[in-house]
Design a protein around this ligand. Structure first.
Ligand SMILES: Cc1cc2nc3c(=O)[nH]c(=O)nc-3n(C[C@H](O)[C@H](O)[C@H](O)COP(=O)(O)O)c2cc1C
Length: 262
């Protein structure tokens, strides 16, 4: 089958999943390109995708697909549409997230024809305690682009989508149990904050507001993605968690992308 349209769907608060999705798309070399960024909101109406080879990229949170991404993906439907589920994780492990994503998109009507787990800088990585800092790097992006080329070769050799079975990936069902979410949210250093409100614009769950002349993060709706910490132009936002030191100590050895295509 020949596909000359590609559709990227991504949830990517700190941009690493989006970077991988773009790099894979580059390797596909299709004429037409659509994207739906679900980082800040889900599509208003159900989006039906039929003729587009679809790359779906999301981060791993607690060994599972980020919950907000799962919720927003429910706004898509497909009918035997080939898809490439991709998870991006911060060099600890992706546990059952790739399997969960493949199962989720299959229920929406996609057929996962290939899948991958890539590494991105951990949301909790800090300058003095780096965890996969700077990833995906040039080598990761090259692997992603090569993967895109392989995917196109595979898809082009398929006679009929009804006849192929979904790609098998690593992971178990029942999926890993979710742990409790950290109760704290990022805080603002008021001596640095200029109240530019950029953090309000980029927060994926609209958890930030101005309260009594200061930035306030609602810990209930904050998903701890650290978009506001990493992207604050003044470096005024911080999120201190004991996970940073633990991850830095135990998960600094470089991991490599895992690709599933056979
Ligand atoms: C709440 C939370 C939980 C996370 N859990 C994991 C995990 O279980 N394993 C892992 O390796 N990385 C984990 N990470 C790191 C992210 O998967 C990683 O930083 C990813 O690159 C973020 O994707 P994005 O840049 O597209 O937002 C977690 C990050 C957050 C915010």
């Amino acid at each position: 089958m020949h596909y000359n349209k590609v559709h990227l769907i991504y949830f990517s608060p700190t941009h690493t999943s989006a970077k991988i999705a773009y790099a894979i798309a580059e390797g596909l070399e299709t004429d037409t390109f659509f994207e739906t960024d679900i980082t800040h909101e889900a599509p208003e109406h159900i989006e039906n995708i039929e003729e587009e080879l679809t790359i779906i990229a999301v981060p791993v949170y607690g060994g599972r697909v980020a919950e907000t991404a799962i919720e927003r993906l429910q706004k898509f439907s497909a009918h035997n549409t080939p898809a490439v589920p991709v998870v991006v994780y911060g060099n600890r492990d992706y546990d059952d997230a790739l399997k969960e994503l493949c199962d989720t998109v299959a229920k929406l009507g996609f057929i996962p024809v290939a899948a991958g787990a890539f590494i991105g800088e951990h949301s909790y990585s800090r300058e003095n305690m780096p965890i996969a800092a700077g990833r995906p790097d040039a080598a990761d992006l090259q692997k992603a682009t090569e993967f895109g080329k392989e995917i196109m070769k595979k898809v082009s050799s398929i006679q009929s989508l009804e006849s192929i079975s979904a790609v098998q990936v690593k992971g178990n069902f029942p999926y890993k149990q979710k742990g409790p979410s950290t109760p704290q949210a990022p805080v603002t250093d008021n001596s640095l904050c200029t109240l530019c409100e950029y953090c309000i614009d980029i927060c994926p769950t609209h958890a930030i507001s101005v309260r009594d002349g200061e930035m306030f993060s609602n810990p209930e709706s904050c998903i701890k993605c650290c978009a506001c910490v990493k992207d604050c132009p003044e470096g005024a936002r911080t999120f201190d968690t004991p996970y940073t030191a633990m991850l830095h100590a135990n998960f600094s050895a470089r991991k490599e992308p895992e690709l599933f295509i056979k």
